[in-house]
Design a protein around this ligand. Structure first.
Ligand code: PNS
Length: 162
């Protein structure tokens, strides 16, 4: 059985993340979508809220589970018997940081193999950071995030400007 981890901040989940999750679910027996508990990043949504959104939006995708972790990703992988890290790569600019992480994770745990996946082309410019910024400034992000995320953004930031 191949168990993959798809780690990230998911603050919040975007359609790009969801696209990668769907693609990964076709390749691996189990995909552990794993939210990093890192309060240092001052997230908009709590870990529990992000996990809830992920769970709602992935409930129909077989083999997908939602988890959270603290500390090193490789320690979470060891605990979970996972041997693959899935990361989405959008543009060349993502590559340098992702290469460093992949090599560091392999150095720390030889059993960690990183697989880079490319999202559908319409999501290659989508990021959680930009979604939050555009929504906050009154822009329409309905085609970029799932409906439950729009509801969560509206509840957090209000809909007055829309
Ligand atoms: O979606 P993000 O914020 O780019 O995800 C980054 C993440 C969570 C994959 C990365 O920060 C991570 O794995 N953090 C856990 C701590 C760790 O293992 N650090 C060393 C990795 S090289």
């Amino acid at each position: 059985m191949t168990i993959a981890v798809y780690p990230g901040s998911f603050d919040p989940l975007t359609n790009g993340h969801l696209d990668i999750i769907r693609r990964a679910s076709r390749l691996f027996d189990r995909v552990l979508v794993s939210v990093l508990e890192n309060e240092g990043k001052s997230p908009m949504f709590s870990v529990a809220e992000r996990m809830e959104l992920l769970a709602r939006c992935t409930k129909d995708i077989s083999g997908v589970e939602v988890h959270s972790f603290t500390g090193l990703l490789v320690d979470f992988m060891r605990r979970s018997n996972a041997n693959v890290v899935v990361r989405g790569i959008r543009a060349v600019s993502d590559y340098e940081y992702e290469l460093q992480m992949a090599l560091m994770n392999r150095e720390l745990y030889d059993g960690a193999e990183t697989i880079f996946m490319i999202p559908a082309v319409e999501y290659t410019y989508v990021s959680s950071r930009l979604v939050k910024e555009v929504f906050r400034l009154g822009g329409d992000v309905a085609s970029l995030v799932p409906e439950p995320v729009i509801e969560a953004l509206s509840a957090r930031l209000g809909t007055a400007r829309r």
